[in-house]
Write a protein that binds this ligand. Structure first.
Ligand SMILES: NC(=O)c1ccc[n+]([C@@H]2O[C@H](COP(=O)([O-])OP(=O)(O)OC[C@H]3O[C@@H](n4cnc5c(N)ncnc54)[C@H](O)[C@@H]3O)[C@@H](O)[C@H]2O)c1
Length: 384
């Protein structure tokens, strides 16, 4: 079991990572004086697989634990879902002493976090992430999010949990696509960390995808440490430091919208990372040799049913609506080297539209597609 302390002026909580550790949750809660009345919001798939396991966790509790099962998917991140959780909390007389336990992937965590941050002006929150993506990313850092109209995470809060417990046993029932999705964010950490971590992931990606416990423990811990190091210096995303976590994400969010969320977030991130690498090369921030070096890791995932067939004009239109844009400028995080990322602004007025070949977003011809996509745009850019 590894414990990483998330510590900053405004928060101090542990992220506990291990195998077969879910039963230690009550002890961890009482160790930290988290004695509130437990309200569990749980992904209905997770409930289906693990309800016995989870109910056993609280076997010794005398008070009734309330479970609210919710179907986890992007549509869950709505005001309607939050409304349902609020009404259940009120109906069951949950007060300020509520301890909201969010058991599930990033969608459950985002809704649970949002409700915890707003119900009675904030109640204790504990995340038990059950997807690889939630373990390395969404349960860490305190962002909560709800979608409205077509805008992703347009409503949300910053709200830190009091504890995060990652039991890698949950991942055994994940669909292969969800494991690839988590791997997408992990590959991103490979770029923003350093060459050693990148190479560790590169060498062990196969074992990671097979859910080898020691590799999982190492990679999750390093990813969590890295995310915490970034967010601790920019908790409310005001200094621009947190933006490096968005490497590949301007493209990824546009891909997600373009494909109406048919591809999961991490797969969109893998495509987005590759696109961002090509754009970094296109802008002469990295040379061809560096590009090939940096592409090694994401290209290991090329057989994982990634994104294909997109219309680049529509992609650019979608990127224009990205909420990171300012004054009509498109925002991208680009890479100079391992751990050296910068934010670039692209003048919207100069964007022209070209078409990528149908099917061009298959890895072996990605290079040409991305060069075509970006060749004519440009670009008044500088670091921020
Ligand atoms: N708050 C943040 O900082 C942050 C960061 C990254 C991503 N996110 C958000 O996270 C969301 C994506 O999260 P996700 O990828 O975990 O998706 P998800 O929560 O939708 O889960 C994906 C699928 O896996 C299933 N599942 C979950 N755990 C399982 C298990 N142990 N066994 C079997 N099936 C299981 C779910 O039922 C669902 O079908 C997106 O909405 C994204 O915006 C938030």
């Amino acid at each position: 079991m590894k414990i990483i302390n998330a510590k900053n002026k405004g928060f101090n909580y542990p992220v506990i990572i291990g195998q077969n550790i879910i039963n230690s949750l009550p002890a961890e809660l009482s160790k930290r004086k988290l004695s509130g009345r437990v309200f569990v919001i749980i992904d209905s798939n997770v409930y289906k697989y693990y309800h016995e396991v989870i109910k056993n966790v609280f076997d010794n509790r005398t008070e009734k634990i309330h479970y609210l099962q919710l179907p986890a998917n992007e549509k869950l991140k709505s005001l309607n879902s939050a409304d349902k959780v609020y009404k259940t909390l009120i109906g069951e007389n949950f007060g300020r002493d509520t301890l909201l336990l969010a058991i599930g992937g990033g969608t459950i965590g985002d809704v649970g976090g949002f409700v915890a941050s707003t119900y009675m002006r904030g109640v204790e929150l504990v995340h038990v992430p059950t997807t690889l993506l939630a373990a390395v990313d969404s349960s860490i850092g305190g962002k909560t999010g709800i979608n409205l109209l077509n805008a992703k995470n347009i409503i949300g809060t910053f709200y830190q949990p009091s504890l995060v417990l990652v039991d890698i046993n949950f991942f055994k029932s994940l669909h292969e696509d969800e494991i690839t999705s988590g791997a997408g964010e992990i590959v991103k950490y490979g770029f923003i960390s350093d060459e050693d971590f990148y190479n560790y992931i590169y060498k062990n990606l196969g074992l990671l995808l097979e859910l080898n416990s020691s590799v999982l423990n190492n990679i999750i811990s390093e990813s969590v440490k890295l995310k915490l190091a970034v967010i601790s210096n920019d908790v409310f995303d005001t200094k621009g430091l947190r933006k490096i976590l968005n490497f590949g994400h301007t493209f990824a969010h546009a891909f997600e919208s373009y494909f109406s969320f048919r591809f999961n977030h991490g797969k969109a991130v893998i495509a987005g990372l590759i696109a961002a690498l090509f754009l970094s090369h296109r802008k002469r921030i990295i040379n061809r040799e560096k590009l090939n070096d940096l592409l090694r890791l994401p290209l290991l995932l090329k057989n994982k049913n990634l994104i294909s067939d997109f219309n680049s004009s529509e992609m650019v239109e979608l990127m224009r609506t990205d909420k990171k844009n300012k004054k009509g400028m498109l925002n991208f995080v680009l890479i100079k080297d391992f751990g050296e990322l910068r934010k670039f602004w692209f003048k919207r007025a100069n964007c022209r539209i070209v078409r990528a070949k149908p099917g061009s977003f298959v890895c072996h011809i990605w290079r040409d597609a991305m060069l075509k996509l970006f060749r004519p745009y440009c670009i008044n850019f500088g670091t921020v």
